[in-house]
Design a protein around this ligand. Structure first.
Ligand code: GAR
Length: 189
């Protein structure tokens, strides 16, 4: 199984996948890592691991549709079985989704359908929930609305900040993403 991973930021979920592949606990090929902006730590991690990195810079395109088309073409050039968002903070359009039907995986740091969007951890904390968590799903054209593949719960502690809660969520999120990829690679889903 070949995957392309998309990042917008630090890519710590990506690093967990790189580590799982390099230790042999996850049997797949990371064909490339792509970003929507320059100078992401995520793409740096891929370079350090000897994996192809690329940028399709959102800000260099006047039209969103043109950016989507360029991203679709670049990702497709690696012939991935799955495309994985590891904190990729852009909504892709139908052109992209049609190129990888039911093959675009996303993770989200909340128990969907609660707290979708860019601030899932902050919103859950502000609401005052006692339990939140993470979700791995198939992305569709909505904001965090696709079919759910796996979820894990995380308790909210009284003294949690957005950062401390997000860190504990990410620990579960990485394990959940790796387990989901393992099942997909084995054809168990
Ligand atoms: C992850 O928690 C991911 O779920 C979240 O961004 C973080 C990226 O972390 N994505 C979203 O909130 C998308 N709505 P990372 O860059 O360290 O892997």
């Amino acid at each position: 199984m070949r995957i392309v991973v998309l990042v917008s930021g630090t890519g710590s979920n990506l690093q967990a996948v790189i580590d799982a592949v390099s230790t042999g606990s996850l049997d797949l090929t990371i064909a490339a890592v792509g970003a929507d902006r320059h100078n992401t730590y995520g793409v740096e991690r891929s370079t350090a691991a000897g994996i192809d990195g690329f940028v399709v810079d959102f800000k260099s395109f006047d039209q969103r549709a043109d950016w989507n088309a360029a991203l679709t073409e670049k990702v497709a050039s690696y012939s991935p079985d799955y495309v994985v968002s590891s904190g990729f903070m852009r909504i892709v359009d139908q052109t992209f989704l049609d190129a990888f039907p039911n093959r675009y995986l996303n993770t989200h740091p909340a128990l969907l359908p609660s707290f979708p969007g860019a601030h899932g951890v902050r919103d859950a904390l502000a609401y005052g929930v006692k339990v939140t968590g993470c979700t791995v799903m198939i992305a569709d054209a909505g904001v965090d609305t696709g079919p759910i593949l796996a979820q894990a719960a995380v308790e909210v502690l009284d003294d949690d900040t957005e950062d401390t809660l997000h860190e504990r969520i990410k620990v579960k999120e990485r394990a959940l993403l790796i387990e989901t990829l393992r099942q997909l690679a084995l054809g168990d889903r």
